[in-house]
Design a protein around this ligand. Structure first.
Ligand code: UGA
Ligand code: MN
Length: 278
């Protein structure tokens, strides 16, 4: 098999740099027709980020072959340094039912909690100066977001594009305070949320998270999952560390992939994928 360097001589993956804190990127994922496309796209982004430990948590009873094979390729061909594959199934009563709007149920909650538990169990071997980021499989990440979050002391925060019904949902930062302080949010959707920001808009330091031994995601009313989690980590906006040039830059997009229309598929005598490997 050709090595990545032979195929793409100028595009070797980001290498480990011992002076940089590790970013633990936690990605819940579940089977649907676009799953492998989402994971592939995200994995190629993460390959360009030094010192990333990717924790993929499948919403499934077992680790699936699809994801296991992708991880093997990333490790063997692309030399992706560290990937941990976990699985945790969403209880059936919390799964989205046919006809329900996509926001009716909490998504990725049990998977993120499984990853947090893994971090707790692995506390003696992980980078205590590291950072935890909850990166959903369908968002779009500018590489700069990872460098912004890398020196998070407790909880850092930045704008998220295409979230909360706005082009950019963002904290408003008062420049007069040293380093800037979050004094407001521009959010209009569920504006009473204590921390009205999407999951993609914050990171927490490993030390700070692990010191709060009970911190986890809990089912709650629509839109409050992030807030309830952050309330276990800090007690006011004052403690947030604004990043991305005092929250004036967009480095992450809450993109959502359209579910494909496969209505012609059932007309085929043999499914289009029956003799394909993927
Ligand atoms: C928004 C937020 O961006 C999510 O972080 C949040 O979990 C979600 O709302 C919510 O409130 O539950 P949205 O785009 O609607 O996100 O959610 P998805 O991207 O569909 O799901 C979030 C993550 O959970 C994804 O990584 C997805 O692969 C995973 N997921 C989704 C599962 O593991 N199981 C599911 O049944 C659905
Ligand atoms: Mn999403």
């Amino acid at each position: 098999m050709l090595k990545c360097e032979q195929l793409f001589p100028c595009r070797v993956p980001a290498r480990r740099n011992d002076s940089l804190a590790t970013i633990y990127v936690i990605t819940p994922t579940y089977y649907r027709h676009t799953q492998m496309a989402e994971l592939l796209r995200l994995s190629y982004t993460l390959l360009l980020v030094p010192n990333v430990h990717w924790i993929i948590v499948e919403d499934a009873n077992i680790k699936t072959g699809r994801v296991t094979n992708l991880i093997s390729r990333l490790e063997e061909v692309h030399k992706f340094r560290t990937i941990t594959q976990l699985h945790a199934r969403t209880p059936p009563e919390f799964k989205l039912k046919a006809g329900e709007p996509s926001w009716a149920r909490p998504k990725g909650l049990w998977q993120r909690n499984a990853a947090i538990e893994w971090l707790r169990k692995s506390s003696s071997s992980i980078d205590s100066n590291g950072v935890v980021y909850f990166a959903d499989d369908d968002n779009t990440y500018d590489l700069r977001v990872f460098e912004e979050m890398r020196n998070t002391l407790r909880v850092s925060i930045w704008p998220v594009a295409l979230a909360g019904g706005l082009l950019v949902e963002r904290p408003i930062v008062d420049d007069s305070a040293h380093g800037g302080k979050v004094v407001a949010f521009n959010s209009l959707w569920q504006p009473a949320r204590p921390y009205p920001i999407d999951m993609a808009g914050f990171a927490v330091s490993v030390r700070h998270l692990l010191e709060r031994t009970n911190a986890k995601f809990t089912p709650t009313k629509i839109g409050y999952m992030e807030s309830l989690f952050l309330q276990q980590l800090i007690s006011s906006w004052d403690e947030l560390e604004p990043k991305a040039d005092r929250c004036t830059k967009v480095y992450v997009w809450h993109t959502q992939t359209k579910s494909p229309q496969l209505h012609e598929e059932r007309k085929l005598a043999k499914p289009s994928f029956s003799d394909l490997e993927w």
